[in-house]
Write a protein that binds this ligand. Structure first.
Ligand code: AMP
Length: 493
């Protein structure tokens, strides 16, 4: 189990750095010891209540102490990133409903914040983590207990808290430890953390790293505005494993110095969260000829990722979309009416205190398997899963059913197109037009450039799928999680 693996790393290499950010660093020995002590403080403060604990902050090594302290005290943690809107933080914290919240940065609360909640700030946390008596293993979470709760973006209405158990995380980290390269190679390696801890992509770097006694190097949000600082931070750390969204890698690729000379130890790029384009995979292979590029796929509800594959030169040369991978051992995936359904040993137990929403998304099939409806459209070919897009990105336009993801894939196949997002231009419920936002190195945004794109698309797609509006942009806007911000694009129309 994952805690045993971290304990082993702490025992064998107490002086090794477990986590590093601009805010400081922490060794395995300290991470283990401080989380033991903070766990007993939680036990004392909260008595028998096993309600989950919200942990607020951004990339501070102390956040990891809090996460481990919660699970060592038998409570799930719920990461809340500083980049979230106050309203959302309040919503999440009140839903979690614990009497205590751990804040690794000062947090004053906000309108609607539960009045009787005790916010333990950084001083109080540090004090407890240094001075309380360590808790024993008897209070640790058990395999079926919830380990963390991550609130999904909730494109409509209130965010939902996805509950992931101790067994889920452990099974997940067993798989990622051997994904692409073996665990012997990952032992003690340096991992990049790009995503905020409140986004489940971070589970891949955080727990693959800790399970293998590696060092997590965390990129702060504000660093992303200063490329030279960010690249220098990566270089200095000697990165070996990269975990991010493809959008974030694109951002780095825009800098010519981002290559193997800068990061000579890079062994693998692991992607998840959104479509990895052929172009991005090819550019990475050119700049980092010795590193693997790995595409993985999965929703938060199945613990980050459940399929994965190393992207080969044959795949990028095939002229079609890249596969999202082979199904991991312990997971079953099948396609029902075009939709990807997931069952297996990393599936969430459901949404926190939302039995109705849980019953809508999860069900037990005829064979007694618990299944999750992803809302993603996909298909298998030669043992590999391919992604078609969100079922809800399927639009009806002039009576035709269109997958916006299909148009995007075709745009990405055109020479010069680096990134693309196709957004419906709506007038109330009616779609007036389709708009394509494109970053294209060669184009200057002239009428001829737009016409060229449309003509090339017409050779690949039926006429009704060719977007009428083509907008050239320097880069696609990103959400705080590092995915393309589609809402922002739609609002700009
Ligand atoms: P989240 O729960 O926020 O991690 O989002 C999960 C969703 O991101 C999935 O249901 C997919 O729609 C999308 N997604 C995740 N990984 C990939 C991938 N490798 N390629 C394309 N889409 C992906």
């Amino acid at each position: 189990m994952i805690l045993d693996r971290i304990e082993k790393a702490a025992g064998n290499f107490p002086e090794r750095i477990a986590v590093h950010s601009l805010r400081g660093e922490m060794t395995y020995g300290d991470l283990w010891d401080k989380s033991d002590r903070l766990a007993s403080w939680l036990n004392e403060k909260l008595n028998d209540s096993k309600t989950p604990v919200a942990v607020y902050g951004h990339k501070d090594p102390l956040m990891l102490v809090c996460f481990l302290a919660c699970v060592k005290s038998g409570r799930a943690y719920c990461p809340v990133d500083t980049s979230m809107a106050d309203e959302r933080i309040c919503d999440i914290v009140s839903t979690v409903g614990n009497a205590v919240m751990l804040a690794t940065e000062d947090f004053a609360g906000c309108a609607g914040f539960p009045e009787d909640m005790h916010i333990a700030g950084p001083e109080e946390i540090r004090n407890a983590a240094e001075n309380c008596e360590p808790a024993g293993q008897e209070s640790w979470v058990k395999p079926d207990d919830v380990f963390y709760i991550i609130f999904t973006s909730g494109s409509t209405g209130k965010p939902k808290g996805v509950q992931i158990t101790y067994a889920d995380v452990s099974n997940f980290a067993e798989w990622t430890s051997d994904l692409g390269t073996g665990r012997e190679e990952k032992a003690g390696a340096v991992f990049l953390n790009q995503a905020p801890f409140s986004f489940d992509l971070s589970v891949m770097d955080l727990y693959t790293c800790l399970a293998n006694g590696g060092t997590l190097r965390c990129i702060e949000k504000k660093m992303q505005n200063d490329h030279s600082l960010m690249l220098e931070y990566m270089r200095e750390g000697g990165l070996e494993y990269w975990v991010s969204t493809p959008s974030f890698a694109e951002l780095c690729l825009a800098d010519q110095s981002f290559d193997q000379t800068l990061l000579p130890k890079m062994k693998a790029f692991m992607f998840c969260g959104e479509t990895l384009s052929v172009r991005t995979a090819k550019r990475l292979a050119e700049r980092f000829p010795d590193a693997l590029v790995i595409n993985t796929y999965g929703p938060t509800e199945s613990t980050c990722a459940v399929t994965g594959t190393v992207i080969t030169a044959a795949m990028t040369a095939s002229g079609r979309a890249l596969p999202i991978g082979a199904v991991k051992p312990g997971t079953d995936i099948f396609i029902q009416d075009g939709e990807i359904i997931i069952a297996g040993d990393t599936l969430s137990t459901g949404y926190f205190r939302e039995p109705e929403k849980t019953a809508k998304a999860f069900y037990t099939d005829g064979e007694g398997r618990r299944c999750y409806r992803t809302g993603d459209s996909g298909y298998f070919e030669d043992g590999l899963l391919y992604y078609r897009g969100r079922i809800d990105f399927q639009v009806k336009f002039h009576g035709y059913r269109i997958e916006l993801g299909d148009i995007e894939q075709n745009l990405l196949g055109l020479d010069g197109v680096k990134a693309a997002a196709v957004i419906p231009d709506r007038d109330g419920d009616r779609i007036k037009n389709l708009a394509a936002f494109i970053t294209d190195e060669g184009a200057e945004g002239t009428f001829e450039d737009r016409q060229k794109i449309r003509n090339e698309l017409r050779e690949r797609l039926p006429k009704y799928m060719v977007p009428k509006k083509i907008v050239f942009v320097d880069s696609l806007p990103m959400t705080p999680n590092g995915k393309t911000d589609r809402r922002k694009l739609e609002a700009s129309l």
